[in-house]
Design a protein around this ligand. Sequence first.
Ligand code: 2AM
Ligand code: CA
Length: 263
Amino acid sequence: MDLQRLDTFAKEIIIEAGRRIRAAYSYDLEIETKSSAKDLVTNIDRETELFFIEQIKNFDPTHKIIGEEGMGENPKTLEGIVWIIDPIDGTMNFVKQHRHFMITIGIYRDGVGMLGYIYDVMADDLFYAITGEGAWYNETPLRKLRSLVLEEAVIGINAAWVTPNSKVHHEKLIDLIQVVRGTRSYGSAAMEIAFVVSGKLDAYISMRLAPWDIGGGLIIAQEVGALATNLTGQPCSLTESDGFIIANPSIHQHIIDHYLDLK
Ligand code: 2AM
Ligand code: CA
């Protein structure tokens, strides 16, 4: 496997997909809902996923694709080379805010991460990692995260999780929010993961994410020493949705032990 060639190819198609998405604002978006009125998909999510599938199959037909919109073969296992793709992470931001949505991709070989990408389409900013070689924000290498205490932390969390919900006892999360220095909510899991790996956030917590939300980010996390697990501290699943926390290693376990009281 020529990792350098694969990385160059992945970057090329991500940049080209971003160019197409930006151009799509000049014609009408077809917006539909999926599982609920809050769960949006557009023709551009689907067209972007199809673009990736066509390009990847042309590059190497043995590579497999797991995509949010289910337009690839979406294998149930991670045997061989598998691209885990979210063509637009933060579709509500894409539709409503016209910014703060990401293309995110993880490339795995037999379940082991090789290359990870989070691309901010409107800002034209790329966070990426090559396993064992490091992580970058555009041309700049990302540093290993420096330790801190919870009182200094700025954390990403969606306000919905601090209201009564089926996943966690929300009162504990109120305590967490009172302890930390600040909270932010960006509406794109991949963007929040990109901010944790680059030290702009110190943790990000979500009670439910899918493999394509995290597949790229997990590979970048490993290179900078960010810890990413499910809400009980177990390794993240790349085949099932689950709760998710990524954090600076100095506060990761402390948040799980003291503030994540699962139902
Ligand atoms: P999406 O825009 O690709 O659907 C929003 O809070 C973040 O959570 C986005 O990254 C969004 O990804 C993701 N998300 C929204 N609903 C989800 C669900 N039911 N399962 C998993 N991830 C979800
Ligand atoms: Ca998506």
